[in-house]
Design a protein around this ligand. Structure first.
Ligand code: AVJ
Length: 349
């Protein structure tokens, strides 16, 4: 058994005070918003798994096909014997494709959901009996310490699923920089990023015919009722998915279909009919924007793959700036002043 116990396991809090704080604060501000990470409790994670199998939800299938087809090329670029560190591993369904190809020296899955983490760590350990597996229960958006056993091993970060799209750009840049710091000098990153495409394909992926995505979104209200002694009338809310063109993102909201009043942990809230709670962003990046994002985050893209439908990107990057990059020279920016500007999009606030 190659599954390693380590000191990174902390006791699971039954009741998370951060959830209470985020919900009370999020329901009090305008527009109302609750951070998307709270969608992923046990049943939320199960509903998300069901989403990945929906006919309308193309990202999982597209990314899996890219990984299968690019696997040997990826291995050629990363070389052997790296420690694969997966951020937000969840059910790790795409991981075997990568692990079979790159012949890693260790596998470190990181996830905040302890159940999923241990289940999938055990499954992968059984599939790759000679591979040391070091699961870490943690929120990968915070600072992390990797197991001592991989201290001097070159790392390959794996961040599939376009999870990066959950974060607005400044937060995505911070996370990528944090990953570069955690993985260290000489590391590489294999990241999956969903592309901008026609809303005819995008919207159904976030508003499926069977209503699984609606259930996933509404689950956060059930969680509030269960964990925070809430009285939210869940049946008064509707799942809404919309494309925000200026920000190139899908947004999920929960809209009140009638005037509602409810309490959360004894605090009173009322929402007028038509008012909504913003629950998730899913940012999409064209190929160039994806490269810019990675560079801003401290990574140099070295290879970029897509699927036949050009729906999704898988990018391999290496830590740091490219040696061929020109040195940064500032003070050439006054030329900008002489340009005539034309507003092409209206950016609100
Ligand atoms: C897990 C953030 C990648 O944005 O596509 C799927 C989450 N939300 N359907 C995505 C999600 C609704 C998913 N990510």
């Amino acid at each position: 058994m190659a599954l390693q116990e380590n000191d990174q396991r902390s006791p699971v809090a039954e009741f998370d005070p951060a959830f209470r704080r985020d919900v009370l604060e999020g329901l009090s501000r305008r527009p109302r918003a609750i951070p998307a990470c709270w969608l992923y409790d046990r049943s939320g994670s199960e509903l998300f798994e069901a989403i990945t199998m929906l006919p309308e939800y193309y990202p999982t299938r597209a990314e899996r096909s890219i990984l299968s087809r690019a696997a040997s090329e990826i291995a050629g670029l990363t070389g052997d014997a790296r420690a694969v560190v997966e951020f937000g591993s969840g059910s790790s369904s795409k991981t075997p494709i990568l692990l079979s190809a790159v012949n890693p020296s260790a596998y470190v899955p990181i996830d905040i959901s302890i159940d999923f983490l241990w289940e999938s760590a055990e499954r992968l350990s059984a599939m790759f009996p000679n591979l040391p597996v070091y699961p870490i229960e943690a929120d990968f958006t915070g600072t992390l310490q990797l197991p001592r056993a991989i201290e001097n091993v070159p790392r390959l970060g794996f961040f599939p699923g376009s999870t990066i799209g959950n974060l607005v750009v400044p937060a995505a840049v911070d996370l990528l920089r944090m990953m570069a710091k955690t993985l260290g000098r000489g590391s590489m990153l294999l990241i999956g990023i969903d592309r901008i495409k026609n809303t005819d394909a995008l919207l159904p992926a976030y508003d499926d015919a069977q209503g699984v995505t609606a259930a996933f979104n509404l689950n956060i209200l059930h969680r509030i009722n269960r964990d925070l002694r809430g009285t939210v009338p869940v049946d008064a809310f509707r799942h809404v998915a919309r494309w925000n063109e200026a920000e190139a993102r899908i947004e999920m909201h929960l809209m009140a279909a009638r005037d509602v009043r409810f309490t959360v942990d004894g605090r009173h809230f009322s929402m007028a009919r038509g008012e909504a709670i913003h629950t998730e962003n899913s940012l999409k990046y064209g190929p160039h924007a994806a490269n810019v994002l990675l560079r801003a985050g401290g990574w140099t893209p070295i290879a970029h793959w897509t699927d036949d439908g050009e729906l999704f990107s898988v990018i391999l990057a290496k830590e740091g700036a490219a040696r061929s990059d020109p040195l940064v020279k500032l003070s050439q920016t006054d030329a900008v002043d002489r340009l005539a500007f034309r507003r092409v999009i209206s950016v609100g606030d």
